[in-house]
Design a protein around this ligand. Structure first.
Ligand SMILES: Cc1ncsc1CCOP(=O)(O)O
Ligand SMILES: C=C1C=NC(C)=NC1=N
Length: 205
């Protein structure tokens, strides 16, 4: 994984968009996203066979565009379908165990404070996700919007570590997140709901 892979990190699940999620993903890939994460959450989330089939379809679309395909939380599925990596939160399995299970793959970790950052870096994470930076509608149990202060601190403490900002990021505030030291922005709704994804994605860079 290169730090530039984090530039425009699209995250989506079937609940995030009104249009057909696969056409949204294809349009986003055509429009220049640099990494994709399948994050299938919520009451109507796909499960079992349907989830796996959907993941395989997303994976083959990403392969067509040579874009890394990341699965949120589900380490077992990531291993089973040979995804390019996983993104895990603090409540998931210990990082050391995930790192062991996914040698050579991308392991991203959500961090919210210096202690979590230290443990993620020491534990072999390939990148960290910091947020929510701004208010978000896309994560029911999100912590309060933290602004860019912790992101700036993390960048100061770890000048060369891959960091992506997440949470309420739009074309209007992406620059602030990048200026604070993020390598890129992770986005759900601004891309899902965009009426011109090419323009939106260019304005997130
Ligand atoms: C998964 C996640 N983690 C922190 S905020 C968030 C949701 C981001 O969604 P949006 O880009 O629509 O605010
Ligand atoms: C919670 C998250 C934080 N950061 C990223 C990149 N993905 C997530 N699912």
């Amino acid at each position: 994984m290169k730090r530039s892979d984090l530039a425009v990190y699209f995250i989506m699940g079937t609940e995030n968009c009104k249009e057909n999620p696969l056409s949204v993903l294809e349009d986003a890939l055509k429009s220049g996203i640099t990494m994709f994460q399948l994050r299938e959450k919520g009451a109507k989330a796909l499960k079992g066979e349907a989830y796996e089939t959907f993941a395989l379809t997303c994976q083959s679309l990403c392969k067509e565009y040579a874009i890394p395909f990341i699965i949120n939380d589900d380490v077992e599925l990531a291993i089973k379908i040979n995804a390019d990596g996983v993104h895990v939160g603090q409540e998931d399995k210990p990082l050391a165990q995930i790192r062991e299970q996914l040698k050579g793959k991308i392991v991203g970790v959500s961090v919210h404070n210096e202690e979590e950052m230290k443990l993620a870096v020491a534990g072999g994470a390939d990148y960290v996700g910091i947020g929510p930076i701004y208010e978000t509608q896309s994560k029911a149990d999100a912590k309060p919007a933290a602004g860019v202060s912790f992101l700036s601190k993390a960048r100061t403490d770890y000048p060369d570590f891959p960091i992506v900002g997440i949470g309420g990021i739009t074309t209007n505030n992406a620059l602030e997140v990048l200026r604070a030291g993020a390598d890129g922005v992770a986005v759900i709704s601004a891309i899902c709901q965009s009426s011109n994804r090419g323009q939106t994605i260019n304005q997130l860079k």
